[in-house]
Ligand binder design. Structure first.
Ligand code: HPA
Length: 265
């Protein structure tokens, strides 16, 4: 039994939603899942397992920031989870985006120490699972929900003293800033698991736009529905037992056969 998630293998579903705020984990479980049971409360890291549209899904709070969150990611992996989906908030970096917009993080610039330590400070591009990206984009389309798909940056500093840092990231096409995805993507790549981050823009670091709590709540619901739909769709199509098998999706089948040396992504 891991130290921080006091659960046995099998207590968590194959797919886990990962909000930073443990109380958000409880809210998601109580609002969106059926047959819910609490599977962890150690250190206030609330975790739940239930079903969504009849399929098993878990939701686990991670706390803020990569070092603590990575303990949770590691222990979920020890417990057998193979699809790890961060759902959270981010600071917007593109002027054309607005508070409440949904961001799907294709990749995450590792401006945090955890992600870089995981690869011994060697250059590495933390990248989401194609399967989960595809699932989220498809789910958003079904809902008629606009999303932005692209690179984000994961930072150690919520209060960043570096003058002009946000503008420089913005000018290089980075969509948003948050604090966990790069470590999640890096760890998942190292151990052959699938990872994704979906975030709503909660504050805008370029336009300084402000919005109401009610408006933010609406897109929060869309984000959770997209994540849950993607989780169960990918879990059905790519069962945990197939981890380590070849990546085969229709559009890229021939590409995959000839070039895939990283079969788990
Ligand atoms: N910075 C870093 N992480 C964040 C922010 C931010 O402005 N907003 C939400 N998560």
């Amino acid at each position: 039994m891991p130290i921080h998630l006091r659960a046995e293998p099998g207590a968590y579903a194959d797919a886990v939603l990962l909000p930073g705020d443990p109380l958000r984990a409880r809210y998601i479980a109580e609002t969106y899942l059926d047959d819910v049971r609490q599977v962890n409360e150690e250190r206030g890291l609330l975790g739940y397992t239930g079903t969504f549209k009849g399929k098993p899904v878990s939701v686990q709070g991670t706390g803020i920031g990569s070092p603590g969150a990575t303990i949770v990611f590691e222990e979920l992996i020890q417990l057998g989870c193979t699809k790890l989906m961060r759902v959270g908030t981010c600071g917007g970096l593109q002027s054309s985006h607005h508070l409440g917009d949904l961001i799907v993080a294709l990749s995450a610039v590792p401006a945090d120490s955890t992600a870089t330590h995981l690869v011994d400070n060697e250059p590495h591009c933390p990248t989401a699972s194609w399967e989960l990206i595809h699932g989220a984009v498809h789910a958003a389309k079904e809902l008629g929900q606009a999303i932005h798909v692209g690179p984000i940056v994961s930072t150690d500093l919520f209060y960043n003293p570096s003058e002009g840092q946000y503008e420089r990231w913005s000018s290089r096409g980075v969509l948003a800033v948050e604090m966990e995805a790069a470590a999640l993507y890096t760890l998942a790549a190292k151990v052959g698991r699938r990872a994704l981050g979906i975030m709503t823009v909660s504050d805008h670091l370029i336009t300084k736009e402000e919005t109401s709590a009610e408006e933010r709540q609406t897109t929060f619901s869309e984000m959770i529905t997209i994540a849950l739909d993607a989780a169960i769709e990918v879990a059905a199509r790519v069962p945990a037992a197939s981890m380590g098998g070849a990546v085969l999706c229709t559009a890229f089948r021939s590409w995959s056969r000839t070039t895939s040396t990283r079969p788990t992504r």
